[in-house]
Ligand binder design. Structure first.
Ligand code: ASP
Length: 439
């Protein structure tokens, strides 16, 4: 029988009712044998996530202020969940030990990771699964970088002999044994690491949405969910601001050829979004897979007649950018123009330096800077086989009276990138969506 690793996000484990949903989901498919929990998340809109409370507890302690009342909120949450689930687990003892460690001066990451640790203890008890503490096998180097191969070796050896397990997300340990966490949202990474070590058929990432949507629902009301997407398309969309998964969670499973399935704990009947390595059999009815965009870009456009025959021109422009300690996002070029797209925020303090250096190094005919640009990526593996996609896209934009300031299409034909003025940004996304998907 194949194996599924199921990671549950904070909102999927925010109270006892959610724990019951999780158990039902696991029982629906016996292949769901390894479970990776987050810390309890929000139960309602202005509720606080346990991880946020733990960071605050630590901060208050560091500042020599009263932290006990904040930690009491953490205690209350875990005691309530344990009681509501009818467990006889000694949660009070586990909480006391953490408070003692706080008092004695524990580290920030130790404190932050306790949400996952305690939730893992509860979930393991509730499911009757063994509890594995990631401090023993999710390993980091002394500089804080994740030690993927050592972890893989250790954890795959451990899982080989275990039919089921609960493994808390978000943390592991440094060579000196102290607790170290991934960045925020890092339980997604832990889930992917476990999926790789378990040689899982699928990595299921259970959250509170029906998967990735084709566009930001704040911009396009009722945007449709994406059923199938490739890891490369996902990378394009995430890079342009679409988020559901922690970006670093993609690598372990992508490399191991394991698909990721984003699912909704509150709607388990929904198939969610399946992220796979290659194109999947199903033909996407919409040509495009999704649209994502970000604002806050500046474009430096350098123009010089006969630039194409001048050797090293591009290198010198980029040298100026590099010398200023900046990295560029895109580099669209024309016959006699070269544009460098950068984050406006990063460029701002170094604008003068970059401009004068480009002038000095390249003596261009003109150099202009456009600020307040929004970039929109229309992504889709289906575009390769569909001539006329670009024409449809630009016609839709022109009908919506959006002035396109910049175009960039990689030769992979996976995405078309357009740059528009900030004020046209949302109208442009809606126009593209409506052209390819409908109202
Ligand atoms: N609980 C951690 C956070 O809030 C990690 C996670 O949920 O993925 O960032």
């Amino acid at each position: 029988m194949g194996k599924i690793v199921a990671k549950f996000g904070g909102s999927s484990l925010s109270d006892a009712g959610q724990f019951h949903k999780v158990r039902d989901i696991l029982q629906m498919d016996p292949r769901r044998c390894y479970v990776v929990p987050s810390a309890p998340g929000r139960r309602f809109d202005d509720d606080e996530k346990i991880t946020d409370l733990l960071y605050r507890t630590y901060q208050l302690k560091e500042e020599g202020k009263d932290y006990h009342s904040t930690f009491a909120l953490v205690r209350e949450r875990f005691l309530t969940i344990t009681k509501d689930l009818g467990l006889s687990l000694n949660m009070a003892g586990a909480l006391e030990e953490i408070e003692n460690r706080l008092e004695a001066g524990c580290g920030r990451d130790y404190c932050a990771s306790r949400g996952e640790y305690l939730n893992g203890l509860i979930l393991a008890d509730f499911l009757g699964f063994p509890f594995l503490d990631p401090k023993d096998f999710v390993l980091f180097e002394a500089d804080g970088s994740f030690s993927s191969e050592r972890t893989q070796e250790l954890l795959s050896g451990i899982l080989k002999d275990l039919e089921t397990a609960v493994i808390p997300g978000f943390y592991g340990s440094l060579p000196d044994g102290s607790i170290h966490t991934f960045s925020r949202g890092g339980s997604d990474i832990s889930g992917a690491i476990v999926a790789r070590a378990a040689y899982a058929d699928v990595y299921e990432n259970w959250t509170d949405v029906n998967g990735f949507l084709m566009a930001d629902p704040k911009v396009v009301a009722n945007a449709l969910p994406i059923r199938n997407i490739t890891y490369r398309e996902l990378r394009e969309l995430s890079y342009m601001g679409a988020t559901v998964l922690h970006e670093d969670s993609v690598f372990p499973v992508h490399r191991a050829g394991i698909p990721t399935n984003i699912r909704n704990t509150n709607h388990p009947e929904h198939q969610g979004t399946m992220i796979t390595h290659g194109a999947v059999g199903e033909i996407n009815p919409y040509v495009i897979t999704g649209i994502a965009g970000k604002t806050g870009f500046s474009v430096i456009s350098v123009e010089k007649a006969m630039m194409n025959v001048e050797r090293g021109f591009g290198r010198r422009v980029l040298q100026a950018v590099e010398e200023a300690g900046l990295s560029f996002e895109h580099l669209p070029t024309g016959i006699d123009t070269l544009c460098v797209v950068l984050s406006s925020e990063e460029l701002k303090p170094r604008k003068e330096q970059v401009i004068s250096r480009i002038m000095e190094l390249t003596s261009p005919d003109t150099l202009t800077i456009h600020d307040n640009m929004g970039l929109i990526a229309t992504v889709g593996r289906g575009m390769v086989h569909n001539p006329g996609t670009a024409a449809r896209l630009f016609t839709a934009l022109s009908k919506a009276h959006v002035n396109v300031r910049m175009i960039d299409q990689g030769s992979s034909e996976l995405s078309i990138l357009v740059g528009v003025d900030h004020q046209d940004f949302e109208a442009a996304i809606r126009a593209i969506y409506h052209e390819f998907v409908g109202m």
